[in-house]
Design a protein around this ligand. Structure first.
Ligand SMILES: C[S@@+](CC[C@H](N)C(=O)[O-])C[C@H]1O[C@@H](n2cnc3c(N)ncnc32)[C@H](O)[C@@H]1O
Length: 251
């Protein structure tokens, strides 16, 4: 059976049972540091069912280089990546808004993944594929210049100075993203932590592959067109923190 047949890109999800492989942590023996939570409360039974039945159908195959045509079908020419989608609210809303675009979501937190699967099933989405682990593994497996855009929304802030090196944004991850982003592709970054905005900007400005083309304050104070708030953003607002929305262009 071909991968395309196992994982039909444009068909509703057939409810076939397959074993769920634990994912995340490392791919092909390469350890990826991860400091966040992988598990929360015990999953409800419908969530466990989705993990068993739906996840194998929408999970990216990272056993080798990623074959995006097999994963999404030839009609999805634009592919976007969302790193750390939390409960998947934004990922799902974007996938509903842009049915012709393929979306890859990465999230190591199992409860978030299960929530997103429920949302995907509810919206009957066929244009989302997921990886229940660190985004670095997906980025490493992607073909060069294959992404039209990347969302990095409220990555874990790691506010303590000694923990800052745990932040997702680094020279290394920006270079890895640059490899897989097309010329003109956007990296959309949101944070409610001023220090993380400055940290990211410093690394973007010294990176030859990205440009920040902001002209005025509205460019980082206003979210993107069609924006729907994320769960973490709501929490930040309730706690009185203001967000920055930054768009970096791959050159
Ligand atoms: C602060 S939460 C924000 C979640 C969501 N983007 C939102 O705005 O509601 C950060 C998320 O990034 C995920 N995360 C952390 N490291 C990651 C990595 N290396 N790859 C993918 N996701 C990661 C965490 O599990 C967590 O769910």
């Amino acid at each position: 059976m071909t991968r395309e047949m196992e994982n039909p890109p444009n068909a509703p999800f057939p409810g076939r049972k397959r074993r769920v492989r634990a994912s995340g942590g490392s791919e092909k023996g390469k350890a990826i540091p991860f400091y966040g939570r992988r598990k929360g409360k015990k999953l409800r039974s419908f969530q466990s069912n989705l993990m068993e039945e739906l996840l194998p159908l929408v999970r990216l195959d990272l056993s080798g280089p990623l074959d995006l045509k097999a994963a999404f079908g030839a009609s999805h020419r634009d592919i976007w990546l969302e790193i750390g989608f939390g409960g998947g609210e934004h990922l799902i809303q974007e996938a509903v808004r842009f049915p012709q675009t393929g979306f890859i979501g990465c999230e190591p937190f199992v409860n978030g993944l299960a929530k997103a699967l429920a949302g995907m099933a509810g919206a009957d989405l066929c244009n989302v594929r997921v990886h229940g682990g660190e985004a670095q593994a997906v980025i490493a497996a992607l073909p060069p210049e294959s992404l039209s855009g990347v969302y990095l929304l409220y990555p874990d802030p790691w506010p303590k100075r000694r923990h800052r090196k745990r932040r997702f944004v680094s020279d290394e991850t920006l270079n890895a993203l640059a490899r897989v982003m097309r010329k003109g592709a956007e990296l959309r970054f949101a944070t409610d932590i001023d220090d993380y905005a400055g940290w990211t900007l410093a690394r973007i400005l010294r990176n030859p592959h990205f440009e920040w083309r902001a002209q005025g304050a509205d460019d980082w104070r206003k979210p993107w067109d069609g924006w729907s708030s994320t769960r973490y953003e709501e929490k930040a607002r309730r706690e009185g923190r203001v967000s920055a929305y930054m768009t970096f262009v791959k050159v």
